[in-house]
Design a protein around this ligand. Structure first.
Ligand code: NAP
Length: 292
């Protein structure tokens, strides 16, 4: 059994990005510049945005953090997005989700210019991804694909079960795993799937992205399967200073010895998400997907 080390791979990629930035700067080009918009004071969102800003520093990017009050109106947020769309100094930007309840996230994401949508959530990028055209790929699925590639995990002809069909993880994951060249046969499961345990037992690769701690148990895993755990749930834990611990969707301790590869939580998929956002921003700065 191999524990997939997301910290190791993400640090390697950060070094590679840093080298690319140094090269760009030496050629007299500008540093890639990522902006993040944070609305409100959600603790987890603040942590995620903080990681993104810190990663920008580590790889030599410029970063701008736009913080807006919890009560910001949809109109104010949209006008901020238009400002970022039109600011040539900024190569790409993200709007941190979730947004406060009074703001329609779908409406907001549509306002982001596709060429700056480094989260890959805009329908233009999503559609281009489905059609195998150059596109920004959503960061978490992109990070998982990178782990699979760097660990040389066989995907051709394998049966992959994805649990969860969200637009940011499960659904794009199912599309990427079934692409020509990756060639897995994909089953996309969700809360209405009737025979989920059976589906999992037939899987060569399980990608769990539902947000339910310890959901994937030993009896659901075929010996030798590859397990990718995307889940991040804060679980109360009085032994921790913070009062909580982070739990994945897989019962890691009881599943690990059964499988060929497994990602831990934390330290698996999580660090890959941030580094994939950096890769998308690097591409944006070089106009590799869209010409400005
Ligand atoms: P989401 O939008 O809440 O979607 C959850 C999906 O799981 C839905 O499609 C839902 O089905 C399905 N589901 C829920 N309960 C289920 C059950 N009992 N059986 C089968 N399917 C079930 O969540 P998300 O944004 O995709 O995130 C999923 C998890 O990944 C969360 O823990 C999140 O924190 C984590 N995450 C981690 C990263 C990272 O960087 N590691 C990034 C993003 C998200 P329905 O569609 O039928 O409701």
């Amino acid at each position: 059994m191999t524990i997939i080390d997301g910290n190791l791979i993400s640090n390697q990629i950060k070094e590679e990005i840093k080298e690319s930035v140094t090269k760009l700067v030496n050629e007299g080009k500008k540093r890639p510049h990522l902006a993040a918009v944070l609305v409100g004071m959600d603790g987890a969102s603040q942590t995620y945005v903080g990681h993104k800003v810190k990663s920008c520093e580590q790889v030599g990017f410029e970063s701008t953090l736009v913080t807006l009050d919890e009560n910001t109106t949809e109109e104010t947020l949209i006008s901020k997005i238009h400002e970022l769309n039109n600011n040539d100094a900024i190569d790409g930007f993200i709007v941190q989700l979730p947004l406060p309840k009074h703001i329609d996230a779908d409406k907001i994401l549509l306002e982001i210019k596709a060429s700056k949508d480094v989260d890959g959530f805009h329908p233009i990028n999503f559609g281009r991804m489905c059609l195998n055209l150059p596109a920004y790929i959503p960061a978490t699925p992109m990070g998982i694909m990178t782990l699979i590639e760097r660990y040389k995990i066989e995907t051709k002809g394998k049966h992959c079960v994805v649990i969860g069909r969200s637009n940011i993880v499960g659904r794009p994951m199912s599309i990427l795993m079934s692409r020509a060249g990756i060639d897995s046969t994909v089953t996309l499961c969700h809360s209405r799937t009737s025979n989920l345990q059976e589906e999992c037992r037939r899987a060569d690769i399980i990608i769990a992205a539902l947000g339910k701690p310890n959901f994937v148990t030993k009896d659901m895993v075929k010996p030798g399967a590859v397990i990718i755990d995307v889940g991040i749930t804060r679980v109360e834990d009085s032994s921790k200073k913070s009062g909580y611990r982070i739990a994945g969707d897989v019962d890691f301790e009881n599943v690990k010895d059964l499988c060929s590869y497994i990602t831990p939580v934390p330290g698996g998929v999580g660090p890959m998400t941030v580094v994939s956002l950096m890769l998308n921003t690097l591409q944006a700065s070089q106009n590799l997907i869209y010409t400005k």
